[in-house]
Design a protein around this ligand. Structure first.
Ligand code: PEP
Ligand code: MG
Length: 941
């Protein structure tokens, strides 16, 4: 028996393959393992329609060489591409290819690659050589399949041209519909499909082409349309007769002549050529650039161009168009969620020009098409194993799928869908963990209104609950004013009739968005949901007057600067400022987080300074406190701050000790509270760190001197001389951190005494404690040794006085580059390291934390820095110090515990980096703890 015969054939179910004719086949294929590297088909795929048995197939994951291929063709049951090719075909193109090859009805078309766009930009906005000819060649397939020809009045073919990058940028780039129309073709179309439809398409085309391709303001066309409706006494576009539309077409052509000094291009191929160029150009438009910068979208090649045969939703009552999500994107509920418009084109839905109906309307008017749509939704969810966002059109009762992509969702929706899909057996828990973005949790952790029933009498209008959460702010009416207000530190609500992509800067800056028009899939709704920003859309109760800067609701007038509150979960608009409260974690989120906690390796601690913060941190799943900034306790009451100031103003150690004795009981009782709240989890307490001037009163010198004289009993001269002594040129690099405790040992002793006394007291009352004392801003081993000796001596004294011993650790922050570089020496004195990446970033870049805002925005806008290194860890530079110090520290002391407590501890990409470096924990603010838990789990899976 040959060895080959002993091996059982392997069956691969439901796989896609390329056959030798480069057609994509789906089917169950059996082969012997030896054939894996030389994929010879042993058995014919069950559904293969192309090759005979024994044909040579290659798996789709290894598509034919695409390095030079720039034009990819698709139609029902055939496709050059697939969903894994987003980088090259853009999201839209890749998913069209996928839908086509799984057999859904997709209007045939072609996709010009993003690489072609990149080349177009590089060679000075010219179509790369040969590209146009390749596109025309692919167009022939579309013409053949449809039995229609571009520019032929007897069998007219109309085309859509749409953009589509690898990452969705809703509304940012261009689309042109109905390409191919001119005076001759429209007559042919009218003869075939009716005059009204033909001229409606023609006027839409002139408007869109004029605006997008020729740069003629849309307003000029809209004015004509509005005048025509007014003259005829019509409210809706659909009421216009064929003769009205014919007349409009003539008026639109005049608009062209006046605006451009020449007639609009009537050659269909020229129209197509110009539209392709316009889409490529839109990649570099200011609004697209701004959107990419706000959303930190980098590294893309450009946009693909999708050229597709047009299908029409505006062919009368048996036609229509719609958009839907396969599950509710706001709540996650498993129910189709969408909008539909009878006798309309897709742009009418997205632009919010007409208020759409729900999908039940479609079910009633077009039951067959609706049934197929529901089936397609099920097929797509099973195929993509995710919630899908779908655009479709029905032309004379026939359903066409225009687009599909994984649907954007709110945090609440994401968590529910992830949990439901695991329960439905669609995905496993590891996949579920990747389905919720850390930013999604940010939304769930955003404030809600404290008591929604308390404001009911102040609700002045209700719109659509477009994006959940609550927002409170002062009303502004333009994107610029929103950005300006935000820059001044104000919370603003941007109120618009409807938003457009030009508004994205202001929308981002606003705390919340309110629009008078548009549905759940309008621009405002989609963009706000993506950002997790509170939004109430389509609030038809309000009238917005941009010129007067007022919103009118019945007799009520709200002016610029007035305060309003929005509830994005209910759509309520509320007068005045409503109190906000943080939301709690519960239900699905708890289940979801328990899956995340099972797979992560990094521990997540919290930065908390008070017993209340410590409790919040525990409720959010913190496994201890990684940073308790003791100085924050000093501001808790007038008495405390006065005692601190006495300590600062003291000239002799004796005077200082008197002041410190006043502070000790406050610190001790706070530590007791924190130890109790954390109930045996580690609590890392940092000794006093900031420059002392931060504790002095603010104001004119006279005021400061008077205040301090009253508080300390010192004379004015004494106070001035002391302030002069304390004043620093660069406090961030000055008298702070362990430099304080070394200069004033009695300060460290007081803090250590308070910590140990609190630990002993809690222990003696049956509690569990695990104190860790952390020395800040160490740069030499000698500094740390000095402080460690003091701390250990105090511990001995307190344990002797109380006859109680408590286990504790003493460690250091690593926030001075020198400490990172000689971490092996430092480790000898420390039980643990905690990277203070705020200071480490400051000192590595040499950017003062206090002054960086003066130049950082310029650096980012000029591309000198990709992002703010105080928000996103600079992995290349600061990250290298973290790596080196961890390796050196652990080399010298294998038991060394290593973590990080700078702001980067709650930033997902930085958390992933800390996981890779092998740290033991990250510590972040209590509200970011769930985000860090999820980020740590995602990097682990
Ligand atoms: C740090 O420097 O990263 C840190 C946590 O300390 P602080 O921000 O208090 O200086
Ligand atoms: Mg620091």
């Amino acid at each position: 028996m040959s060895s080959r015969m002993k091996i059982k054939a392997i069956t691969v179910p439901d796989q896609y393959w390329w056959c030798k004719h480069r057609r994509m086949l789906k089917g169950q294929i059996s082969f012997h393992p030896q054939d894996l590297n030389m994929p010879t088909l042993i058995k014919r795929p069950s559904q293969a329609k192309c090759c005979r048995a024994q044909a040579v197939l290659t798996p789709v994951s290894d598509p034919p060489s695409t390095t030079k291929k720039r034009v990819f063709s698709f139609g029902k049951g055939r496709s050059d591409g697939h969903k894994g090719m987003k980088g090259l075909l853009g999201g839209k193109g890749a998913n069209l290819a996928e839908m086509a090859c799984i057999g859904l009805s997709v209007p045939p078309g072609l996709t010009i690659s993003t690489e072609a766009c990149q080349e177009y930009q590089q060679i000075g906005k010219r179509l790369p050589e040969g590209l146009w000819e390749e596109a025309l060649e692919a167009l022939k397939m579309v013409e053949k399949e449809m039995g229609a020809t571009l520019g032929d009045p007897s069998k007219p073919l109309l085309l859509s041209v749409r953009s589509g990058a690898a990452i969705s940028m809703p509304g940012m780039m261009d689309t042109v519909l109905n390409i191919g129309l001119n005076d001759d073709v429209v007559a042919g179309l009218a003869a075939k499909s009716g005059e009204r439809f033909a001229y409606d398409s023609y006027r839409r085309f002139l408007d869109m082409f004029g605006d997008v391709v020729m740069g003629i303001p849309r307003l000029l066309f809209e004015e004509k349309l509005e005048k025509m409706k007014e003259a005829k006494g019509f409210k809706l576009d659909t009421e216009l007769k064929a003769s009205d539309l014919k007349e409009l077409v003539e008026q639109y052509k005049k608009v062209y002549l006046e605006a451009k000094g020449e007639a609009f291009p009537s050659d269909p191929k020229q129209q197509l050529f110009l539209a392709v160029k316009a889409v490529f150009d839109s990649w570099d438009s200011p609004r697209a650039i701004k959107y990419r910068s706000i959303n930190q979208i980098t590294g893309l090649k450009g946009t693909a161009v999708n050229i597709q045969c047009m299908v029409f939703g505006n062919m009368g009552e048996t036609s229509g168009t719609g958009v839907l999500f396969t599950r509710n994107p706001s709540t996650g509920e498993k129910k189709l969620y969408g909008e539909f418009l009878v006798n309309a084109q897709g742009e009418d839905v997205v632009a919010g020009i007409r208020t759409p109906q729900d999908l039940d309307t479609m079910k009633r008017c077009m039951p067959e098409a609706y049934k197929e749509l529901v089936e397609n939704c099920e097929i797509l969810e099973r195929h993509y194993k995710d919630m899908m966002d779908i655009e479709f059109t029905v032309q004379e009762n026939r359903l066409w799928m225009l687009q599909c992509r994984t649907g954007k969702r709110t945090g609440k929706g994401a968590v529910k869908m992830a949990v439901d899909m695991v329960n439905e057996g669609l995905i496993d828990t590891r996949t579920a963990i990747t389905r919720v973005e850390p930013q999604h949790l940010d939304q769930l952790l955003h404030p809600q209104f404290e008591n929604p029933s308390a404001y009911k009498d102040k609700v002045v209008a209700t719109g659509l609950p477009a994006s959940p959460g609550a927002a409170v702010g002062q009303v502004v009416f333009s994107a610029d004013d929103a950005e300006g207000g935000h820059a001044q530190g104000k919370s603003v609500i941007l109120v618009r009739t409807e938003t457009s992509p030009e508004d994205v800067g202001g929308m981002h800056a606003a705390a919340g968005i309110l629009t008078a028009r548009g549905g759940m899939t309008s621009h405002a709704a989609v963009v706000a949901r993506g950002w997790g920003k509170c939004c109430v859309a389509g609030c038809s109760d309000i009238r917005v007057n941009d010129k007067e800067k007022t919103v009118t609701i019945g007799g009520l007038v709200i002016k610029e600067g007035d305060w309003i509150s929005l509830n994005g979960s209910t759509g309520e608009v509320i007068l005045g400022k409503q109190p906000l409260s943080p939301p709690a974690l519960s239900g699905d989120l708890e289940t979801f987080m328990s899956w995340a906690d099972k797979v992560r390796r990094l521990k997540v601690m919290a930065n908390a300074d008070t017993p209340a913060d410590a409790l919040t941190a525990r409720n959010n799943g913190a496994q201890g406190i990684g940073l308790c900034r003791t100085e924050h306790m000093f501001f808790a009451s007038d008495e405390r701050i006065k005692a601190v100031r006495k300590m600062i103003m003291a000239v002799t150690p004796e005077q200082r000790k008197v002041a410190l004795d006043l502070l000790l009981p406050y610190q001790r009782s706070d530590f007791e509270g924190i130890f109790r709240a954390m109930d045996g989890l580690p609590v890392t307490i940092r000794l006093l760190d900031p420059p002392l001037h931060e504790f002095l009163p603010e104001g004119e010198l006279d005021y400061i001197v008077n205040e301090l004289a009253a508080e300390t009993g010192m004379t004015g001269d004494e106070i001035i001389s002391r302030i002069e002594k304390l004043s620093e040129v660069n406090p961030m690099l000055g008298f702070r951190g362990c430099r304080l405790g070394i200069s004033y040992p009695e300060l460290t002793e007081m803090q250590a005494r308070a910590i140990f006394q609190a630990a002993v007291s809690v222990t003696n009352h049956g509690g569990k404690v695990l104190p860790e004392i952390m020395v800040p801003l160490v740069g030499t081993p000698q500094e740390l040794r000095h402080q460690v000796e003091l701390i250990r001596n105090v511990a001995k004294q307190v344990f002797a006085e109380t006859s109680t011993t408590v286990t504790y650790k003493v460690g250091t922050m690593i926030e001075v580059p020198r400490a990172a570089l000689i971490a092996d020496e430092i480790a000898k004195e420390a039980d643990f390291f905690s990277f203070g990446t705020n200071d480490l970033t400051q000192m590595t870049f040499g950017y003062s934390r206090d002054d960086v805002a003066k130049f950082l925005p310029i650096y980012i806008s000029k591309g000198i820095l990709q992002n703010d290194p105080f928000e996103f860890l600079d992995q290349q530079g600061v990250g290298q110090l973290v790596k080196v110090a961890t390796e050196k520290g652990r080399g010298a002391k294998p038991s060394l515990k290593v973590g990080i407590c700078g702001e980067h501890g709650g930033e997902p990409s930085s958390v992933a980096f800390f996981h890779e470096v092998g740290l033991d924990y990250v510590s972040c603010s209590p509200f970011r703890v769930p985000i860090a838990r999820l980020a740590a789990a995602q990097v682990a899976v």
